[in-house]
Write a protein that binds this ligand. Sequence first.
Ligand code: PEP
Ligand code: MN
Length: 260
Amino acid sequence: VKKAFGNKKVEITLDEKIQIPSDKLVIAGPCAIEGYDQLLDTAKFVKEKGANVLRGGAYKPRTSPYSFQGLKEEGLEILKAVKNEVDIPIITELMDIRELEKIYDVCDIIQIGSRNMQNFPLLLEVGKQDKPVLLKRGIASTITEWINAAEYISIGGNESIIMCERGIRTYNDYTRNTLDIAAIPIIKRETGLPVVVDPSHGTGIRELVTPMALAGLAAGADGIMVEVHPDPEIALSDGEQSLYFYQFEQLMKEINRMRL
Ligand code: PEP
Ligand code: MN
């Protein structure tokens, strides 16, 4: 494996407020933006409890074409309004090169989802712009493939890449994916890039989010990405793995107790 980033520590600065890996990155918010109040309430709550980045998908890569596909442009407008109101950096997923400009205008970090980890034209394109990119591990990707995907981004000149371990498909039938905790220190060693752990997609089960977030941090992750919803029972996507507000608050208490 070619060492992508020569083991150098990559410092990514967002808004001058957050530096990773110096500080832990806590990315929280709903899977999908469903409306202004839903995103605003979540943003206020997670920020108050210690999140430093708000997540929310406007364009959603859903397994079924009949599932909610996201609010798209309307979702981006909501993101912009909530960012102004709450003053928090935001991350949202870019699914299609044609949406790059629109997404670039509203976000602080561009998310490349699992399903697009090997969309090479998309990777090359985000490598040519200057915002940090969060690169999720492909649903069934090896670590080598994941590192190569980061290489695709970096050859355009953008080395502000955050690697996100979000679980891979295995024969384990009790969780949505199998969170590969060992990949966290491996990626850090091989690339020097910051790594965040996503226990929401990694397990698919709300009760497992906190223990797996803590496991990821204990393994050296620079941060977490978790889904939080004001009312997960009625969420339009990924409700089963979304934390209730009180659970996010508990998670933050546990993280602070770890004294990382
Ligand atoms: C998401 O973060 O909402 C998402 C779609 O994740 P992934 O690409 O890891 O499935
Ligand atoms: Mn999701």
